[in-house]
Design a protein around this ligand. Structure first.
Ligand code: C5P
Length: 310
């Protein structure tokens, strides 16, 4: 059988690292007929990673175990998005055997960093590779969007504009790298609650839809410095998040006092992002924030980074 190579044996396990996301621009419009809000957002994948491993198991079904930060607070059954993602891939590929999924969490849980969506995106990729299922881009996007509004971006990474409810993506060619200090808090804000608060504030005439993403898109494409980016950060959910958890205001204020270029609530919160000049500034600010107290944990991150498909 010279000149021929044996087909590669199927892999027994596939491991995928998946980054967290932030929204340097998060414009929130009115609630639509389906209950979702129209978004004009810019996503950036940042260097805080969860790791998802998918292993073959002969019995059907999904067995999920979770270790790492906040693992004991997360469901391991069918309500977990990564569990759902594995089931969707099995259904799509008509797979009769099962999978053992292991999540190693480093992305802070329920922090507005899309940790659950990232795990779901990684589970889609890992299971498709494990079972050697060819899923076209459009189909993978459809499965991801069915799992959650942020899941399609979590597949892609980098920088992208998100329209619709966040799932309609246009890639942005960002030139450069920006550094962030990520400060989590002891509190939680369920995403739907934060959207409801946006609606309530709008009904009182507070806030408007920041639907123009062009200035920040151009800034990423031209590789602006952090000083300039600081002036372009937008989050229409920030007032709602601060209204629900007023302690966020003092955390944001504290970071600015310690020298951050900007303080920015991450998504629907309650995590706060501080934009800094570079890695040295990030370490110095992180040290000062830890000494000051007020944050549950403080992480360093930079972005954009590649997603699990790139
Ligand atoms: O899409 P996902 O399941 O992540 O959304 C969680 C919840 O956040 C939705 O049920 C909805 O209440 C709210 N949401 C929204 N508008 C969006 C995205 C999410 O109102 N664009």
């Amino acid at each position: 059988m010279s000149g021929q190579t044996a087909p590669a044996a199927p892999e027994a396990a596939v491991t995928v690292d998946v980054p967290a996301k932030i929204n340097p621009h998060l414009g929130v419009g009115d609630a639509r007929a389906d209950g979702y809000h129209a978004l004009a957002t810019v996503y950036q994948a940042v260097s805080v990673y969860d790791t998802v491993t998918a292993e073959r198991r002969s019995e059907p079904g999904v067995e999920l175990t979770i270790i790492g930060e906040g693992a004991d607070t997360l469901p391991t059954g069918e309500s977990n998005l990564a569990h759902k993602a594995a089931q969707l891939v099995a259904l799509y590929g008509e797979i009769e055997t099962g999978v053992r999924l292991r999540l190693h969490k480093r992305i802070p849980v329920a922090g507005g960093l899309a940790g659950g969506s990232a795990d779901a995106a990684a589970a889609l990729v890992a299971c498709a590779r494990l079972w050697e299922i060819e899923i076209g881009d459009a189909e993978l996007h459809r499965l991801a969007a069915g799992l959650g509004s942020d899941v399609p971006f979590c597949l892609k990474g980098g920088v992208a504009v998100g329209a619709g409810r966040g799932e309609e993506l246009t890639r942005v060619d960002a030139r450069g790298s920006w550094h962030w200090v990520v400060a989590t808090t002891d509190t939680q804000i369920p995403t739907p609650e934060c959207y409801e608060e946006v609606d309530r504030l709008r009904a009182e005439g507070i806030g408007r839809f920041s639907d123009d993403v062009e200035p920040i898109v151009k800034a990423f494409e031209s590789g602006v410095g952090a000083d300039d980016l600081a002036r372009l950060l937008v989050n229409d959910m920030e007032a709602a998040a601060v209204s629900l958890r007023p302690q966020l205001a003092s955390l944001m204020h504290g970071g600015l006092e310690e020298g951050a270029l900007a303080a920015h609530v991450s998504g629907s919160g309650p995590t706060v992002l501080f934009l800094v000049e570079g890695s040295k500034h990030a370490s110095a600010l992180a040290r000062r924030l830890r000494m000051r107290g007020g944050a549950r944990s403080v992480h360093l991150a930079h972005g954009p980074v590649a997603g699990p498909l790139e």
